[in-house]
Design a protein around this ligand. Structure first.
Ligand code: GSH
Length: 214
């Protein structure tokens, strides 16, 4: 199998983290045609990376779909918990990343920087980030203690989004966004202690800094 990847993408990074954590035999490559080109959209209908190319030449888009597929075909090294409730709780962290932290905090901050609008006058966006971190703090308090369970796909889906916003926040003058969120900070330390997660995060942060010219 091949993963069409760009290191700076948080969505591709979560799949790379899973590949690293499980030691999967998946070739990690840049897309065969440029992302954003007509050729890319013609070959990959959703027009986004990551894309997983299967051994029969067919493709799967969407990071979460790819992660669940990789779990299904490599059950010996499962990153999914046992039982319906634990599986639902795993999904919650991934849903939080994709429906809260990404749209409400990560993408607005990223857009301010890449659009050239700059980092001044971004109080509303920083308030939205704080609101999302408070939401995550509550979510982690409500879920069973992460320290008492194994790493799962939900952690891996969320980790790159959180790494990304923590990289962007200082550009907006917020040096320690997790200052008031001890559980989030503890979760981040815990998730980073996995070598596969740490490797994927380091790859992403290097690529993001290069992307921003830093
Ligand atoms: N829901 C998708 C989102 C993937 C996504 O947004 N990928 C971005 C890179 S971070 C992308 O390919 N953007 C290219 C574009 O929108 O043209 C997933 O989970 O894989």
């Amino acid at each position: 199998m091949k993963l069409y990847n760009l290191d700076h993408s948080p969505y591709a990074t979560r799949v790379r983290m899973q590949i690293h954590a499980k030691g999967l035999d998946v070739a990690i490559q840049p897309p065969p045609v440029p992302l954003g080109s007509a050729e890319f959209v013609a070959r990959f209908p959703l027009g986004k990376i990551p894309v997983l190319e299967l051994d029969d030449g067919s493709h799967l888009p969407d990071s979460w779909v790819i992660m669940e597929y990789l779990e299904d075909v490599t059950p010996a090294t499962s990153l999914c918990p046992e039982g319906a409730t634990a599986m639902a709780q795993m999904q919650l962290l991934a849903r939080y990343a994709d429906t809260y932290l990404g749209p409400s905090a990560l993408f607005p901050l990223f857009s301010l920087i890449t659009s050239g609008a700059g980092t001044e006058g971004a109080e509303a966006q920083m308030a939205a980030l704080d609101e999302e971190l408070a939401r995550l703090e509550r979510l982690l308090a409500y879920l069973p203690d992460f320290e008492q369970r194994a790493l799962h796909l939900g952690d891996i889906a969320l980790a790159p989004h959180l790494e990304y916003v923590l990289l962007l926040a200082p550009m907006f003058g917020i040096q320690q966004p997790l200052q008031n969120y001890a559980r989030v900070a503890a979760w981040q330390d815990w998730v980073r202690s996995d070598e596969g997660v740490a490797r994927g995060a380091a790859e992403m942060l290097t690529a993001v800094k290069a992307f921003f010219g830093g």
